[in-house]
Write a protein that binds this ligand. Sequence first.
Ligand code: SF4
Ligand code: SF4
Length: 352
Amino acid sequence: MEHRVYSLPKKRMGELFGLISSSRQLFLPMEKGGQFQFSRVDEHTDLEGVSLDRLLTAGSAKELFFPQTQQIAAFRRRGKEIELTSAETLTSAFVAFGVRACDARSLEVLDRAFLGTPRDTMYEEKRSKGTVVTLACNEPEETCFCSVFSIDAASPKGDVETWIAGDTLYWRPGSEKGAELTQELDALLDPCSEEEPEGLIQLKQQIRSIIGKLPLGRLSLEQFRPEALQELFDDPAWQKLSEPCIGCGTCTFVCPTCQCFDIRDFDTGEGVQRFRCWDSCMYSDFTTMAHGNPRTSQVERFRQRFMHKLVYYPANHDGLYSCAGCGRCVSKCPNSMNMVKVMKTLGGAQHV
Ligand code: SF4
Ligand code: SF4
């Protein structure tokens, strides 16, 4: 597949969004109802006014592929008979534009969880219909630590990779799906003569230089390896680390890699609507079974969340960590407890 770079004057991005949304659903990071979130472009959206300067949405792009609430079935009762009346409606082809490098990596983590065995067909359907257009982070923030997980925010992997350098949008397809979308936008995108235009080279250098100076960029993963599992599990530091945690679950709901869900039935009086809803391993009733709860204290629940992300998950997935260093949990925990504190404490402060 050709990895040619295309360009478009930034002031024509409204036209680009218009053309994409004429054939597919388009989701952009936008302010809506007081929240900065991926939102669907509709006839009321002022495409000229869309700003891609803000770094992270409150929730991640995960929600487009694994929604917080998703109907999976509906049943009707007729006496003693139960009839299946509907299941989840099918997704239309869509484009998620402006996905940051950390959120794009998170989709790799979710793919391992949902596209293995057994296969999650609802997630698979959304992944097959969705084209991910990433956007490089011109101004990474102090809470970002994606580079610790070898994520390159200057060159974010996606079906299409884009950069905004000065007055120009650069666009490079990264997959067959991305090449297909690029072809559809042929009337707007200009192929660049050089493989890597000078403006793009400079922007990447600038971004990498900022990332090199970020305060959390020197966190170490050295200690978080499968052989250290028992030692980390038994570390007495979990007790103190978990004390401020009130089990609100905020960190799991904003996390782009968290993937736990619960199945809930809603009785309509005439039948049942069945939904799957995000759940949190930080909740005291998480995975409660007939015999009780496997993790009865907050310290056990807290330890599970971080051990899963830093030790269990990479041990089972070829070293892929289930944290992308997006920093959302760092800025959102009401009690300032987060991944960074865990990594600093258990990874050894000397590595920070
Ligand atoms: S770590 Fe913070 S955000 Fe997460 S459940 Fe505990 S208090 Fe809530
Ligand atoms: S654990 Fe925190 S920093 Fe890591 S991906 Fe989740 S929200 Fe982002």
